[in-house]
Design a protein around this ligand. Structure first.
Ligand SMILES: Nc1ncnc2c1ncn2[C@@H]1O[C@H](COP(=O)(O)OP(=O)(O)O)[C@@H](O)[C@H]1O
Ligand SMILES: [Mg+2]
Length: 397
């Protein structure tokens, strides 16, 4: 997805608004190079208005040879003739004036994409998978339960390939939650920063169902120290080649693994519960994500254990956190029981209200309509009518 190089945060938002969802911003040319190293499929670099013309021209000269499939688009206050001439010589593909920036930039990015597709040819047209990170600054709020059920919902009953990555590297419990007994984990990738690819990772994955595989966390907490951020980003990037969605379960802190996942992430699910300490920490986490410019406009708030009786309404949560709730899951013994039996609720009872809520969350993440099994696949008619009501209530994002 296109990347903007711009250090001035006020300039970034209007540019991002004119670009496709999933576009990203970095503060410097160095960060842009790091981004390009990790995203072989990048097709457009947008140079923001506060970077000097010299910097922009040098960058374009460099990319013109090294990465001819990447179009450099320059955003300026005004597109003066002198700028146009020098830009053309440096290999900048488009110059967009800020005054007309909306449509100009959108069209320039579209043209960059068309060129990229043409240069890659028909075989290169496969859409890369998207990384979905499930995060909360609090432990025990239901991150793992949500990751597992969201990953299953995203498979859309086998229509999509999904990989669930356990990045709670010290205390990961995805495998045990799904009653899987992995023979390999991320541990076997330690030291392979330069050789990670899909074929190698496939040997480390544990299959849960046809369309859901898991990259388990190490069996021992001390292995965490040897798993570098570079390894994590290369793993996530390699998985994009083979899966439609990569769901990442995280530890409850901004540790290196979580920050790396968030840096790679296309969509971020934030899990909150209806208690004041958690909401306070989620608010601080959202502010931190704003500062780091992580997943802006691609955040989905999941309220777990969202029961009516606790005294904090959904509206109150939305006003405290300043974002809409994408989906709500009530406290239900069925959820924990299904997990404990090794068949998470989404698989065990597809028409359970919680399963519908996870389907809604999946829809919020994919941007596609909610996909719920038809009545013939329902486990119980009564459950279905209950869930329909909840389905309507929760669709508020
Ligand atoms: N909505 C829910 N209803 C009932 N139990 C839940 C719900 N969400 C999570 N749990 C249970 O709460 C515990 C902690 O959940 P978990 O997903 O492991 O949290 P985290 O990964 O954030 O630490 C687990 O035993 C899980 O089964
Ligand atoms: Mg967990």
């Amino acid at each position: 997805m296109p990347v903007i190089v711009e250090a001035d945060s006020a300039s970034i938002a209007p540019l991002l608004a004119a670009m496709p969802t999933g576009s990203h911003s970095v503060a410097s040319i160095d960060r842009m190079h790091a981004w390009l190293d990790q995203h072989a499929d990048e097709y457009a670099v947008v140079i923001g208005p506060t970077l000097s013309l010299e910097t922009a021209l040098d960058c374009a000269e460099d990319l013109r040879i090294k990465r001819p499939t990447v179009s450099v688009i320059l955003v300026r206050e005004r597109a003066e003739t002198d700028i146009l001439t020098r830009s053309m010589h440096a290999g900048i593909r488009d110059v967009v004036a800020i005054s007309n920036e909306d449509k100009g930039l959108t069209k320039a990015v579209e043209r960059a994409h068309q060129l990229y597709m043409a240069l890659r040819g028909p075989g290169g047209a496969r859409q890369l998978g998207r990384v979905v990170t499930v995060f909360s600054p609090k432990g025990g709020v239901g991150k793992t339960t949500s990751s597992v059920n969201l990953a299953l919902a995203l498979t859309d009953r086998g229509a999509r390939k999904v990989c669930l990555v356990d990045l709670d590297l010290a205390f990961g419990d995805v495998a045990i939650t799904m009653q899987l007994f992995p023979t390999h984990s991320i541990e076997q990738a330690v030291g392979s920063e330069d050789s990670v690819d899909l074929a190698m990772l496939e040997g480390l994955l544990t299959r849960h169902e046809d369309s859901l595989t898991v990259l388990a966390a190490p069996a021992h907490p001390d292995v965490r120290e040897r798993i570098t951020p570079l390894l994590i980003s290369r793993i996530l990037r390699a998985l994009r080649d083979g899966f439609d969605y990569i769901v990442v379960d995280t530890s409850p802190s901004f540790d290196d693994a979580t920050l790396t996942a968030l840096d790679e992430t296309d969509e971020c699910v934030i899990v909150a519960t209806l208690d004041v300490p958690t909401l306070k920490n989620v608010k601080v986490a959202l502010e931190t994500m704003d500062m780091l410019n992580i997943a802006r406009g691609h955040r989905h708030l999941l309220l777990n254990r969202a029961d009516d009786a606790v005294g904090i309404s959904v509206e109150k949560v939305e006003s405290i956190l300043g974002m809409p709730v994408s989906s709500q899951v009530a406290s239900a013994m069925d959820i924990a029981a299904a997990t404990n039996s090794g068949t998470p609720i989404v698989s065990q009872k597809p028409n359970h209200p919680a399963s519908i809520a996870y389907a809604e969350l999946a829809a919020s993440v994919t941007g596609e309509p909610v996909s719920i099994p038809t009545a013939s696949a329902a486990s119980a008619p009564a459950e279905q009518s209950r869930s329909r009501g909840l389905f309507r209530r929760g669709r508020n994002s």
